[in-house]
Design a protein around this ligand. Structure first.
Ligand SMILES: [Zn+2]
Length: 72
């Protein structure tokens, strides 16, 4: 987590809606409503289907639907 309470994001491939999803999620983590991310965690974008994010090496990055599937 960065000093201002946000998590690192590799923005390549992510759209604004995905960043918004992460933004809302990180606010919930900061409020204690969601658990902190673990290595390998995945998240589906709230606003579009088929793609999402994966938490890898301490940062969120774009993940295709197939790679989300591989990770379960
Ligand atoms: Zn999205």
């Amino acid at each position: 987590m960065t000093e201002d309470g946000r998590y690192l994001i590799r923005t390549g491939g992510l759209m604004r809606c995905c960043l918004a999803t992460l933004d809302e999620w990180s606010a919930r983590v900061a409020a204690g409503d969601a658990p902190p991310p673990q290595e390998g965690d995945t998240m589906q974008c709230k606003y579009h289907e088929g793609e999402g994010m994966r938490f890898r090496d301490g940062a969120w990055e774009w993940a295709s639907s197939s790679s989300l599937g591989e990770l379960g």
